[in-house]
Ligand binder design. Structure first.
Ligand code: ADP
Ligand code: MG
Length: 178
């Protein structure tokens, strides 16, 4: 993926008209997309401050999604098999151009919708991406960014709460736990 897309919508108008469930009743091509890799350190730019820590996948793990999907925000399930809470949880993922690299490099960052008791840098993260939520947006205020992220999480939970999506929580890509 070489071209750098621009944000497709003005944030305010997009925010006012967001559907709370997105995607078809069952995942459609290219989904499910299976991702895995060891969690990398990011630049600590605000993830936790925004109530939304995002675990970075390593560069080599990103192609599985960047070769079939545009930058944007996605939903699915994720698991950190070696963490104390090693279950499969809903997740939201941002696939985006990283300003730190002058927007020449894509990053995939996953927020797992679970409160972990400790960080899991270096541990393996597994994810099944099931659908697309929205394009990358430009934000003018921190409040707008936070509100949008909170809506993304609700949209992800609502969208996963359908039978054809729920079954992916036990997909063989995840490590079976008792
Ligand atoms: P960084 O810039 O290093 O990605 P963040 O503020 O985004 O920093 O925090 C991400 C880190 O927080 C992850 O790498 C992981 O170790 C930890 N973490 C704790 N809880 C979560 C969670 N629910 N989802 C994702 N990462 C989490
Ligand atoms: Mg992060």
């Amino acid at each position: 993926m070489t071209a750098r897309p621009t944000a497709l919508f003005q944030t305010d108008s997009f925010r006012d008209s967001r559907p709370l469930v997105v995607g078809p009743d069952q995942p459609e091509s290219p989904f499910p997309v299976l991702l895995s890799g060891s969690v990398q350190r990011g630049f600590g730019r605000g993830g936790k401050d925004l109530n939304c820590p995002t675990a970075n996948l390593p560069d080599e793990a990103i192609e599985a999604i960047s070769s079939v999907a545009q930058p944007g925000v996605y939903y699915g399930y994720a698991q950190v098999p070696d963490a104390p809470s090693n279950e499969v949880w809903p997740m939201v993922m941002s696939l985006g151009w990283n300003p730190f690299y002058k927007n020449e490099r894509l990053t995939a960052e996953i927020h797992v919708m679970h409160e972990y008791t400790a960080d899991f840098y270096g541990m393996e993260l597994r994810a099944v991406v099931l659908g697309y939520i929205r394009p990358e947006l430009d934000f003018t205020t921190m409040e707008a960014l936070i509100e949008t992220i909170e809506t993304d999480k609700r949209v992800a939970l609502n969208s996963l709460d359908r039978e054809a999506y729920k079954t992916f929580a036990t997909h063989p890509h995840f490590v079976l736990k008792e």
